[in-house]
Design a protein around this ligand. Structure first.
Ligand code: MCA
Ligand code: AMP
Length: 522
């Protein structure tokens, strides 16, 4: 699949080269303004990423080396991402909520050459990394301190962007995928750039000469939404970002008065709707609200429209494919329909198939399969798993279930993969069940997703004790909390005598979902 490096005569397909070409002519203009009042110019971004890229170059890492990063959100972390791109290395972002068992898995699987972590985690992350053979562990804190910046401070402020071919890897994003353990989705410079360019056009990103955009960046930068969709859109169009270290509805609302674009998972919109200050006047300078990563309730769409006059633009994508569909931005391209994720983006082929893999007719519901320039290069070190997820004619099986109407609008109606999406984070029930089943006295467990007003969906654990053992639901949750990222811990746990099963003996999760949907709302 990999293509040879381009010769000097060919344009460089390195994503950073394209993003840099989008910077405005006035490099002294503000590129990023943080909620703590710091301002970074376009030149600052270029120079900081050059210094960090020079540091990475000085380590003489082999082509394709992974730079694993688990740090709090900061503009320096953004510079590190850009530096990794420009050095031609592979960026591997990791959720800050991951604890040692989770980090141990990712580090052992990805074998990163460099690990960058928060100073307060250096003890345990450094140990995991050195034990796994990582040569370099640096620290980076959200207050501009840490060994990474100390080492980079002596480096030159100029750097020649590495020559990359479109299929060269730019990033690995771990995702639960459709089944099995977490897998690293390998995304190339070409995957990311083509998607960024399509979205730039589709969402009408405005260059400074056209009046400019200001993006409120309120999402974490270790997943596709905050790292790629938001950042690439802003950089490619030379738009300023208002950089919020974490989402807090009042702070975001305050910034709406001087911004034009906002991106969020549905939970962010639900929480903003809880603010009495959310009015049409409060968002008067905004031109676009985008939602994705999880299904948005029609109620959220209509409430938002009633309060602000804006129709939220919902789009759909995956770590393996980046963005696939989007409701229209420009009115002449069609209306934005709540409850749908819009038509396939230009270049994306999307089809709906039945259980036999045959395309369905007349807008029927089935499995969604896709093909296009954003579709990834495969799962890291898992060629068989990669092959299983593609059809013979090269379509990727998303694991999402939906339908397409006569105008091409896609509606996601469910998932064939056993996955909970909670507040925009994916939780893989099999992983949680594995941890619960290993606890003393547990015979078996099932984790299901139930509706939740804030997070959209939350996990509920249903557990059976071994004969003679007695289990305490609160203690089970406490054990999980000590081991797993907080967002993965089920919000409640029920110890029961038996699980509902079908004739084949398989646990009927649909019955559990129905049974415990009510319990959560008590
Ligand atoms: C935090 N908690 C959660 C979640 N977040 N539980 C379930 N689901 C969550 N998403 C836990 C905390 O550990 C805490 O537990 C308790 O819930 C309350 O946390 P809270 O203070 O409410 O959380 P927060 O810090 O305000 O965070 C909520 C959040 C955050 C802002 C909605 O989860 C978030 O930023 N989500 C966005 C995720 C995202 O960017 N997804 C994009 C994936 P305790 O009290 O026990 O400690 S990219 C993707 O899917 C693709 C491809 C796409 O299409 O975009
Ligand atoms: P991830 O593994 O983080 O890449 O999550 C990708 C999954 O998020 C998709 O396969 C969908 O199930 C879900 N998803 C993303 N955007 C939407 C959306 N707008 N509506 C419904 N589900 C979505």
């Amino acid at each position: 699949m990999r293509t040879p490096l381009p010769t000097a005569a060919l344009p460089n397909a390195n994503l950073y080269a394209a993003l840099r070409a989008g910077f405005p002519p006035d490099l002294q203009a503000v590129a990023v303004e943080t909620d703590s009042g710091l301002r970074y110019s376009w030149q600052d971004l270029d120079e900081a990423s050059a210094m960090l890229a020079n540091l990475l170059d000085s380590l003489h890492l082999p082509a394709g080396a992974r730079i694993a990063v688990q740090v709090e959100k900061s503009v320096e972390a953004l510079a590190l991402y850009l530096a990794t791109l420009r050095a031609g290395l592979v960026y591997l972002p990791l959720n800050t909520a991951y604890q040692s068992a989770e980090m141990g898995y990712f580090i052992a699987d990805a074998q990163p050459a460099v690990v960058v972590c928060s100073g307060r985690n250096f003890g345990w992350v450094g140990k995991l990394a050195f034990n796994a053979g990582t040569a370099w562990v640096f620290t980076l804190n959200d207050d501009r301190t840490g060994s990474l910046l100390e080492r980079a401070s002596g480096m030159a402020r100029q750097h020649t962007v590495a020559a990359s071919a479109p299929d060269d890897l730019a990033a690995i994003i771990y995702t639960s995928g459709t089944t099995g353990r977490s897998k690293g989705a390998m995304l190339s410079h070409g995957n990311l750039l083509s998607n960024a360019q399509v979205l730039q056009k589709a969402w009408g990103w405005r260059a400074p000469a056209e009046g400019g955009d200001v993006l409120i960046h309120a999402l974490p930068i270790f997943h596709v939404h905050g790292l790629f969709v938001a950042i690439h859109g802003a950089l490619l169009s030379g738009s300023k970002m208002v950089w919020l270290s974490r989402f807090e509805p009042k702070t975001a609302l305050r910034h709406f008065a001087q911004a034009t674009v906002f991106m969020g998972v549905p939970t962010l919109y639900v929480r903003l709707l809880g603010e009495p200050g959310l009015t049409a006047n409060a968002v008067r300078s905004m031109r676009l609200f985008i939602s994705g990563s999880a299904p948005m309730l029609l109620e959220t769409f209509t409430d938002w429209q009633a309060r602000t006059g804006h129709a939220i633009l919902e789009r759909y994508g995956m770590s393996e494919t980046v963005m696939l569909t989007s409701n229209p931005y420009f009115a002449e391209q069609g209306e934005r329909r709540g409850g749908t994720v819009g038509p396939a983006l230009p270049g994306v082929q999307l089809r709906v198939v039945d259980d036999a893999g045959q395309p369905v007719a007349g807008g029927a519901v089935g499995g969604i399969q896709v093909k296009g320039p954003g579709v990834f290069q495969g799962y890291w070190n898992m060629p068989e798993k990669t092959a299983e997820e593609f059809t013979a004619d090269g379509f990727f099986k998303t694991g999402d279930v939906g339908r397409v109407d006569a105008q091409g609008y896609v509606t996601i109606v469910g998932r064939s993969k056993d996955l909970i999406i909670s507040g925009g984070y994916n939780v893989y029930p099999a992983e949680i069940e594995g941890y619960i089943n290993a606890l003393p006295g547990v015979a078996e467990s099932a984790v299901v997703g139930v509706p939740d007003a804030d997070f959209g969906e939350v996990g509920v654990a249903v557990v059976i004790a071994k004969p003679g053992a007695s289990l305490d639901a609160a203690a089970i949750l406490a054990s999980l909390k000590a081991t797993l990222a907080g967002f993965k811990v089920p919000k409640r746990c029920h110890v029961v005598a038996e699980l509902p099963r079908n004739a084949m003996g398989k646990v009927q999760k649909n019955l559990l979902r129905a049974q415990y949907a009510q319990a959560t709302q008590l």
